[in-house]
Design a binder for this molecule. Structure first.
Ligand SMILES: [Zn+2]
Length: 272
């Protein structure tokens, strides 16, 4: 049985807060994925293609597990920083809330209050009305350079804070991912897989025999041409490499864009 149900805030077209080239929706989904990967079957990850605030998902959520909803703050003031836990006004924090608040505020200090009570947040109120054990966590400020960098560079450490707070053992089999990988195109919103048809946006894009700049050039694509990539991808030499099988039956590799942790406007291949 799951010991933790994770909801990733925003999504389904709502990016949440945006700063430094990142969106809150994409970052909290990256965190949710690591919590699930490191926690295994004791973690249930709510459908990340949804916006649980907009679609009222908590009104229909059927779980006995405690629930945490992941967010990042933004203030417009670059100096505001730090993580905190939000619970319903009038409620007392339980042991999960206290553990999370202590660990999150030690990881990302800066907030005067580790636990804050709110009465106007829809999902906080929906959960309270249904007796769901729920808290909303702000994982620092996305528009604070220090918080954002801490989040991006230590996402597994952050994931472990959630697992430890809910008494879940970290599985050792999950590959460690300390730096943010470029996520599949539009993954932050609805499309979950990397594979699909991509359109070339540059004058000439090399096709290589291996997924790195040392692979020999065997063909090229021109602007406007399309290629269907499969679900595999890899980060190497500063680029994200996609893969397809050519007419010859040989596997070919092509740089999709710079490895920045997310899709960029200047990617060489853009998903159609
Ligand atoms: Zn948010």
């Amino acid at each position: 049985m799951a010991k933790l149900f994770v909801i990733c805030g925003h999504g389904a077209g709502d990016p949440g807060c945006c700063a430094g080239g990142y969106t809150e929706a994409e970052r909290v989904r990256a965190l949710g994925r690591r919590i699930r990967a490191l926690g295994g079957s004791e973690v249930e990850l709510g459908d990340m293609s949804r916006n649980w605030y907009a679609d009222g998902g908590i009104n229909r959520l059927d779980t006995d597990a405690p629930v945490v909803e992941l967010h990042m703050d933004a203030s417009g003031i670059a100096t505001a920083h730090g993580a905190h836990v939000i619970i319903k006004s009038g409620f007392e924090p339980d042991d999960y809330d206290k553990a999370l608040a202590d660990k999150l505020s030690a990881f990302m200090p800066g907030r005067a209050e580790k636990i804050v009570r709110h009465s106007e947040l829809a999902n906080v109120n929906r959960a309270a009305a249904r007796g769901i054990n729920y808290r909303l966590c702000e994982n620092g400020f996305i528009d604070n350079d220090g918080d954002r960098e801490k989040f991006n560079s230590n996402i597994d450490e952050l994931a472990r804070i959630y697992l430890e707070s809910f008494g879940i053992k970290v599985t050792t089999s999950a590959p460690v991912q300390q730096t943010p990988l470029k996520q599949p195109a539009k993954q932050a919103t609805v499309i979950e897989s990397f594979g699909g048809r991509y359109r070339c946006t540059v004058f000439r894009l090399n096709v290589r025999s291996a997924p790195s700049l040392s692979g020999s050039v065997v063909a090229s694509y021109g602007r406007g041409q399309t290629v269907v990539l499969d679900d595999w991808y890899k980060s190497a030499d500063g680029y994200i490499w996609g893969r397809y099988t050519g007419g010859s039956g040989k596997v070919r590799y092509i740089a999709v864009g710079r490895a920045t942790g997310k899709p960029e406007a200047d990617d060489y291949l853009v998903k159609e």
